[in-house]
Design a protein around this ligand. Structure first.
Ligand SMILES: NC(=O)c1ccc[n+]([C@@H]2O[C@H](COP(=O)([O-])OP(=O)(O)OC[C@H]3O[C@@H](n4cnc5c(N)ncnc54)[C@H](O)[C@@H]3O)[C@@H](O)[C@H]2O)c1
Length: 437
């Protein structure tokens, strides 16, 4: 079976590489010629761990083109992974998907056999049936469920571990136009996953709602842990990690995404949760937990900003360690660190920042108002208050001796409890989020 992947961005190129590394002939298609050139030259178009390794393993089975219609016409199934940005009203826009549907439909029109279209982009409930299927039927002149099939099959990945998550999914969610379409997609994943995956087959609407429910639920957990950390900050003797490690042992709760530290961010969590609440409002009902999660996330950032301001001497400089929204990625979309830097600058504060991967993106967002440090130690040496915002492993390697700014001790706010407190507290003032001393 030959496959095409339309959209070779942060998700599309890893998917194309995973599928081709597992033996499928894959044609990638993207309007961005530099991504297409990169794939055809055997280079990864985006930064993602293991992506290059999988492209190397593909041994010529992976090619790319800017001609979407050609990619679809020469393959049997097409994954669509184009952007679905959030519109001004908080819901996801389908423009890119519907643009891509035109050449996909034209290619299907010219085919004699069955074709499967798999929509992977995150969409609002009802958009697959109400928007994508009619667009494909119009452009192809054919009937969904008869001449071609459609699946809504969102990914549950985290940037920085996209390849691992694609090879080892907890489950594969398949919203399907008909049983034939779902079964065909199942055969593709049965070959591409490292272990036999668990499949959840359903109609489009349930799959669409399930996708945004996952992120809305996970953000609620993160916010719960942050709420606990904030309470611990006021309760002498308490320790948020001791509590979350214990309650995480309860199988009704579990341990993942239960670390009180910093507000959540990134290209998916905040917007999926907002879209969840917006969808409820558009249906004439409410999603009070999603709204509370969003409010908690914003309030928690205010709480961190005030805490930094309280520690900062007049005219002092804040050093921010970590600008991406999480470790192992250079993505700064909706990053709490970028938001905090903006707030500190607005209050006329001085900011020096470091990130192992996200320096370029951060500079684009914050420009020369922020000083950029080449290393974590350099950031520490130029700060009055040093805040560990992202748990990059290299920050755990900071030594107490590095915490001097022109002979003055640097104050540390360790949001992730990365540094050994006893060692550091001997030489400087160090505070931990969720663990008062
Ligand atoms: N990035 C994530 O962490 C993540 C996680 C889960 C779901 N998603 C969803 O996956 C989708 C894609 O996200 P992404 O991060 O890969 O986006 P991206 O912006 O990194 O990549 C999208 C690619 O699509 C290409 N494109 C746009 N219109 C096209 C068209 N008509 N034909 C061909 N190519 C086209 C763009 O040039 C770009 O390279 C979105 O719906 C997003 O919500 C993303």
């Amino acid at each position: 079976m030959r496959l095409s992947v339309v959209g070779l961005g942060k998700l599309g190129s890893p998917l194309a590489a995973v599928l081709s590394s597992k033996g499928f002939e894959v044609v990638g298609a993207d309007l961005n010629p530099s991504y297409v050139e990169a794939i055809n030259a055997g280079r990864a178009p985006v930064v993602e761990p293991r992506l290059q390794e999988l492209i190397d393993q593909s041994k010529g089975r992976l090619t790319a083109t800017t001609d979407v219609q050609f990619a679809v016409a020469t393959t049997d199934a097409t994954f669509v992974i184009v952007p679905t940005p959030t519109g001004p009203d908080g819901v996801f826009i389908m423009d890119y998907v519907l643009d891509a549907a035109k050449p996909i439909g034209r290619a299907i029109a010219g085919k004699s056999g069955y074709h499967l279209v798999v929509l992977t982009s995150t969409v609002m409930p009802s958009d697959t049936q109400a928007k994508l299927v009619p667009a494909l039927e119009k452009a192809s002149g054919k009937t969904c469920g008869v001449d071609f099939g459609v699946c809504y099959n969102p990914e549950f990945i985290a940037l920085g571990s996209v390849v691992y998550n694609m090879l080892n999914p907890d489950f594969i969610l398949i919203g399907e136009s008909d049983a034939k379409a779902g079964a065909l997609l199942e055969t593709i994943y049965s070959r591409s996953c490292e272990k036999p995956p668990v499949f959840a087959h359903m109609n489009f609407i349930n799959a669409e709602l399930a996708k945004i429910s996952v992120n809305s639920f996970v953000t609620m957990r993160i916010s719960f842990a942050n709420q606990l950390a904030r309470i611990c900050d006021h309760l002498p003797g308490s320790d948020v990690d001791v509590i979350t490690n214990a309650i995480g042992l309860d199988t009704r709760i579990g341990r993942k995404y239960l670390k009180g530290a910093v507000s959540f961010g990134g290209p998916c969590f905040p917007r999926d949760n907002v879209a969840f609440a917006k969808m409820a409002a558009n249906l004439g009902t409410e999603a009070p937990m999603a709204l509370a999660t969003d409010k908690m996330n914003q309030d928690y950032l205010d709480h961190l900003a005030s805490r930094i301001e309280r520690l900062l001497p007049a005219g002092g400089t804040t050093g921010l360690l970590g600008m991406s929204y999480k470790p192992d990625t250079g993505v700064t979309e909706a990053s709490p660190s970028i938001e905090l830097a903006k707030r500190l600058l607005q209050a006329n504060g001085k900011v020096v920042a470091h990130d192992p991967l996200a320096l370029l993106e951060s500079k684009e967002k914050l420009g020369d108002k922020v000083e950029w440090a080449a290393t974590a130690a350099d950031c520490a040496a130029r700060a009055d208050v040093l805040v560990i915002l992202v748990p990059w492993p290299e920050y755990a390697g900071l030594k107490p001796g590095m915490l001097k700014n022109g002979g003055q001790d640097v104050i540390v706010l360790d949001c992730w409890r990365l540094l050994p407190f006893d060692e550091f507290s001997k030489v400087c003032h160090i505070e931990l989020v969720g663990k008062p001393r």
